[in-house]
Ligand binder design. Structure first.
Ligand code: FES
Length: 140
């Protein structure tokens, strides 16, 4: 299988079977953002305790790139400290700028590496990550 095909499968798997989709029924850090270019939106909820992202959930409407990126992001940061989550978000930003970045901690993210070739889609892929950065920033 070509790498592109593998990446496409990973993206579609997260789109069709999103991880951590939903809302908490108790208090959580909540960030709502939209992609100004298309109007698609995400609502991200984080449970942060003792500087650790204990849990994360999201809801929203958007394209396969934005929703799969949100699914992957929640998986990638759960259980990590705020500093580690910031580091993962920083690496994802570099991936979107076309740098070669490895995600040993959550390899599915590498499936989004092709997005940097399509500038219009970068906003799709970074929507959930911008929500994460805002949520973390508000807490630290
Ligand atoms: Fe709207 Fe991708 S087209 S988030």
């Amino acid at each position: 299988m070509q790498l592109d095909d593998l990446y496409r499968r990973v993206i579609m798997d997260h789109y069709k079977n999103p991880r951590n989709r939903g809302k908490f029924d108790h208090e959580a850090v909540t960030v709502e953002l939209n992609n100004p270019t298309c109007g698609d939106k995400i609502s991200l909820q984080l449970i942060i305790e003792e500087n650790i992202v204990k849990d994360a959930r999201f809801t929203g409407e958007g394209c396969s790139i934005s929703m799969s990126s949100a699914s992957m992001m929640t998986e990638a940061v759960k259980g990590h400290t705020l500093d580690e989550a910031k580091d993962i978000a920083g690496r994802f930003s570099r991936l979107m700028m076309g740098e070669h970045v490895e995600f040993d901690d959550y390899e599915d993210l590498e499936a989004l590496s092709g997005v940097n070739k399509f500038p219009a889609r970068i906003k799709c892929a970074t929507l959930a990550w911008n929500a994460l950065k805002k949520g973390i920033q508000d807490e630290s």
